[in-house]
Design a binder for this molecule. Structure first.
Ligand SMILES: Cc1ncc(COP(=O)(O)O)c(C=O)c1O
Length: 457
């Protein structure tokens, strides 16, 4: 559900691209027949772009459409080790040809993986539970938090996205009016130091900004206590994807965690987006000097194979096991486990985190040069290879440039570059390529972005 057009963007741009019935509006597309068949038989799935991209092949950083047009992939975080990495393909095919079965029989693949995964975490986080999707991981995390805390409520961000199960969609405040919010969910303003209530330009120090945003959580804790739910969890995407890719002030999470724990709740870091090296460190929370009680994982974990999970403490896992049990037919099966283990080995052996950290500094420097050139670029931010470029029509009023963001995404596609649009206001260009993204790839992105910005200036 991570999307080029966030649900809030969709709402405000109802007449625009996303959610549109392409079958009715595209009369000349060669793909019209397929679009019509898809529309007739597939529910609930949005196609990106005015003329949808018909991608048939991927290799490394490149995607190819059905006419062999090549695209530089600056959007897809799932294939973070590169599309169709030969080692992943080999692990998947070989294990599929040998055995694929659930975790109720002994098999070493899942244990090899859980041990390997835990070696990347602080020692307090020493138990893994396997799922198939990030939604399931967050759902299970919430079940653990409720059982261990004895409370029911959750504090989440405004305009959050955590997945699509019945429980987790309640915690996803970006889903729109059809998703009626329950009173056990309290949402708080995200720490946006560019256009939030407290801003870096108000001459606040990083510590003051952290404190001011963290203090907003007090009211939400109070609300949940007053309505009898209490606080079971604070659930937050470490890189704030749907809020436009924010970087929290340094002390924000530390201060919020203190408040949540004092209220008896658990702190869940949703690392479905930020995990596995995306931010230039293995785990996003490492930037903020905190250790969450539960970390949820997904997306790049299997490079496209559906594997996800959570990591927590032995005490939390045991408390849950005393009162309930957990089984997931596909979670942790021997194929998924081997694929995930191979992905983790590639990240380590190809030094993708170090590369990502280096190339992202280079890319950000180049983006700042573009910002000097084009007043439309109001803010460039991000951690590692998750970069948000916020477009504004006026740098003083910060009037959001939604249409311009969508136009740039379309122009970039024309030029052979895929990227996304996100944020509550739909005016943030999202650059989130596979971690193998090189300096040469960064140069190509910048050259084409320069071209697109010049075209709409
Ligand atoms: C931050 C975050 N959490 C959870 C999810 C849900 O993951 P999945 O689509 O694998 O269920 C997503 C998906 O976009 C996400 O971005």
């Amino acid at each position: 559900m991570t999307k080029i057009y966030s649900s809030s963007t969709k709402k405000s741009l109802a007449a625009s691209l996303a959610g549109q019935n392409h079958a009715d509006t595209l009369h000349n597309s060669d793909d019209l027949a397929l679009i019509k068949r898809r529309h007739a038989s597939l529910g609930g799935s949005i196609l990106f772009y005015k003329e949808p991209a018909h991608i048939v092949r991927g290799k490394g950083i490149w995607l190819f459409d059905n006419k062999e047009k090549r695209y530089l992939d600056c959007y897809n975080n799932v294939a973070s080790v590169g599309h169709c990495h030969p080692r992943v393909v080999e692990a998947l095919t070989q294990q599929s040809a040998t055995l694929n079965i659930h975790t109720r029989y002994l098999h070493e693949n899942v244990v090899n993986y859980t041990e390997h995964l835990l070696s990347t975490f602080p020692e307090e986080l020493n138990v893994v539970m396997m799922t198939c999707t990030g939604s399931e991981a967050n759902d299970l995390a919430m079940q653990l938090a409720r059982m261990v805390s004895g409370n029911n409520g959750a504090v989440v961000m405004e305009n959050s996205y955590h997945g699509n199960t019945c429980l987790v969609s309640q915690l996803s405040t970006c889903l729109g009016s059809g998703n009626k919010q329950s009173d056990y969910v309290a949402s708080v303003e995200p720490p946006n130091s560019y256009r939030g209530s407290f801003r870096a330009d108000q001459r606040l120090s990083d510590r003051q900004l952290s404190q001011k945003y963290a203090n907003l959580v007090d009211k939400e804790i109070q609300t949940l206590e007053n309505n009898g739910h209490g606080v079971a969890a604070f659930l937050c995407d470490t890189i704030f994807d749907t809020q436009g890719g924010l970087v929290a002030p340094k002390h924000y999470f530390k201060q919020v965690y203190k408040k949540i724990r004092a209220a008896g709740g658990l702190c869940i870091a949703d690392e479905v987006q930020a995990g596995f090296g995306r931010t230039g460190k293995m785990w996003g929370f490492e930037h903020f000097d905190v250790v969450p009680d539960i970390v949820t994982l997904g997306k790049p974990m299997g490079a496209g194979h559906p594997v996800a999970g959570l990591v927590t403490t032995r005490a939390i896992a045991d408390e849950f096991a005393k009162r309930s049990f957990y089984f997931n037919t596909f979670g942790g099966n021997c194929v998924s486990a081997l694929v995930a283990d191979t992905v983790l080995s590639i990240i380590e052996q190809e030094k993708l985190i170090e590369k990502c950290a280096q190339v992202s500094v280079y890319l950000r420097e180049k983006l700042l040069l573009l910002q000097d050139k084009y007043p439309l670029i109001g803010n460039v931010r991000g951690l590692g290879m998750f970069i948000g470029i916020e477009l504004v029509r006026d740098r003083k009023t910060l009037e959001p440039a939604q249409e311009e963001a969508l136009t740039i995404a379309e122009l970039m596609k024309r030029e052979g570059v895929l990227l996304g649009v996100t944020g509550r206001l739909g005016n943030v260009i999202k650059v989130r390529p596979p971690l193998i993204f090189s300096k040469e790839n960064a140069d190509e992105l910048i050259d084409k972005l320069d071209l697109a910005l010049r075209e709409i200036a």
